[in-house]
Design a protein around this ligand. Structure first.
Ligand code: TMP
Length: 207
């Protein structure tokens, strides 16, 4: 049986890392065979593309170049890691996937959604996540949380209105596809956030 494909999304500072750790622990305790990976990245070549994409010294990256590099990394990630795992029946837990492209390159950079959709079909065929967990916090709070971390990368250097467009795009996508998305209010206490995530995971485990 094909494994399940779960993606975790959200703008900066929503707590993805902490909550993905929680998801890994929960799936392990439930006896689920899974791999956890991330985008952009997940394979040696795609991690190299990630380095270029996040490099704050690259100040002249065009929006189309950025979009194509995201999908180049994704094509490699799918071929080398995601598809083989799903075919073996393993679950794949992916820290960001194509919804991030719609949110950042579409919402943030203003690239036409149709172009992103064409690349999505080209690179993924009919593959879409079975379930997407969208961790949502108000932009100001997210940036405040993320700001306490290390040197900002090329995306983290963007201004607040960029992240407002990213968040709005994520929420719009979640509203359009309620059967796939579960939106978690990640501004709440961690205990409450994780109780909600557990509920969502139980729903998928039971399905
Ligand atoms: P991370 O900080 O969650 O590891 O992700 C790296 C950055 O890449 C983050 O700022 C969002 C951005 N990104 C895109 O712009 N488009 C995409 O398709 C993906 C997967 C990530």
């Amino acid at each position: 049986m094909q494994g399940k494909f779960l993606t975790i999304e959200g703008a900066e500072g929503v707590g993805k890392t902490t909550n993905i750790d929680f998801i890994r622990q929960y799936l392990t305790s439930a006896g689920i065979d899974f791999i956890a990976t991330r985008e952009p990245g997940g394979t040696p070549l795609a991690e190299k593309i990630r380095e270029l994409l996040l490099d704050a010294k690259q100040t002249a990256v065009s929006a189309d170049t950025e979009l194509l590099m995201m999908f180049a990394a994704r094509a490699q990630h799918l071929a080398e890691k995601i598809l083989p795992a799903l075919e073996k029946g393993q679950w794949v837990i992916c820290d960001r996937f194509t919804d991030a492209t719609y949110a950042y390159q579409g919402g943030g950079r203003g690239i036409d959604t149709q172009r992103i959709a064409q690349l999505e079909t080209w690179v993924q065929g009919s593959l879409r996540p079975d379930l997407t967990l969208l961790l949502d916090v108000p932009v100001e709070l997210g940036l405040e949380r993320a700001g306490n971390r290390s040197e900002p990368d090329r995306f983290e250097r963007e201004k607040i209105d960029f992240f407002q467009r990213v968040r709005a795009c994520y929420l719009e996508r979640a509203a359009q596809e309620p059967q796939r998305f579960r939106v978690v209010d990640a501004a709440r206490d961690l205990i409450e956030v994780q109780a909600r995530i557990k509920q969502v995971l139980d729903e998928v485990i039971g399905a």
